[in-house]
Design a protein around this ligand. Structure first.
Ligand SMILES: Cc1cc2nc3c(=O)[nH]c(=O)nc-3n(C[C@H](O)[C@H](O)[C@H](O)COP(=O)(O)O)c2cc1C
Length: 255
């Protein structure tokens, strides 16, 4: 059952409980029958659910590896712990999407549908040029942001603090509000400037998670390779996923 459907049912039950005729508790004081009375026992699961559901911003910049963003979006779309995804894509990222994933949509809705293979239930698309969008403000609640893949150019902009578009600004907001910001840098080799920018951002509170997929789980194909990395991102977002990413060692190989 989807997150919104679960909440809808909980909320409905919570509302209906305030109606005397339909109240599951027949013998309750009169004040409990008032429409504005909040039964703490019925409200608790609702409030707990709201607190657990996260709002995540995904920024896609113009580095190679847009498949990481695609696979992460699919996971977050399916996650009951994620209530809303804010998506912002840079201009160069659209070019890379065309080159790497053959996505040629002309509208944002089509691009998103092509990315995840169907219409989204919880992703809200923001234009990179829309500097007045909700995610540009620290007052707008967002739990975490991931820039995946993160180009060296975007890394440099963030390290300098000179945000030029909504993707940069949303990340800058995460830093100043001390929210989790994960940068999946994709570039090689790394210049001194890249390394210093990474260090600057790490010191400022960002988490640097370079696009370095692992091979110890013996991925059968490209999706398995990418998904393992995506699950590690979900670990750092505090989200559950279906796969084991914890390496327990191999006792047979211990000398
Ligand atoms: C096909 C393609 C692949 C690219 N791969 C990378 C990359 O892996 N890392 C990187 O830093 N830039 C890469 N670039 C260059 C960036 O797209 C370019 O620096 C751009 O200005 C980044 O802008 P943005 O950070 O605003 O998206 C690539 C460009 C193209 C067209």
């Amino acid at each position: 059952m989807s997150w919104s459907r679960t909440n809808e049912i909980r909320y409905k039950g919570f509302q209906e409980a305030a109606t005397p005729a339909e109240s599951p508790v027949a013998d309750v004081p009169e004040f409990c029958h008032r429409r504005d009375f909040i039964n703490p026992f019925l409200a608790a699961p609702l409030l707990a659910t709201i607190a657990l559901v996260k709002s995540i911003t995904i920024g896609i910049s113009g580095a190679s590896g847009v498949i990481y963003a695609q696979r992460l979006l699919l996971q977050l779309e399916a996650s009951a712990e994620v209530g809303r995804i804010n998506l912002v894509i840079s201009g160069p990222a659209r070019r890379v999407m065309s080159d790497e994933l053959n996505l040629t949509a002309t509208t944002d809705e089509d691009l998103l549908a092509q990315l995840i293979g169907r219409a989204s239930t919880k992703t809200v698309f923001f234009h990179a040029g829309d500097i007045g969008a909700a995610i540009a403000s620290g007052s707008y609640p967002v739990d975490a942001m991931v820039i995946v893949p993160c180009s060296a150019a975007t890394l440099g902009v963030l390290a300098s603090g000179a945000a030029r578009n909504l993707l940069h600004r949303a990340a800058d907001v995460c830093l100043k509000e001390e929210r989790r910001l994960i940068l999946v840098l994709r570039e090689t080799p790394l210049s001194l400037i890249h390394l210093e920018n990474m260090l600057t951002l790490k010191k400022a509170g960002a988490m640097i998670v370079p696009a370095m997929p692992a091979f110890y789980h013996k991925p059968a194909n490209l999706d398995a390779l990418v998904d393992h990395f995506v699950y590690r991102l979900m670990d750092h977002l505090g989200l559950q996923h279906s796969s084991a990413t914890v390496w327990h060692g191999d006792v047979m190989k211990v000398e």
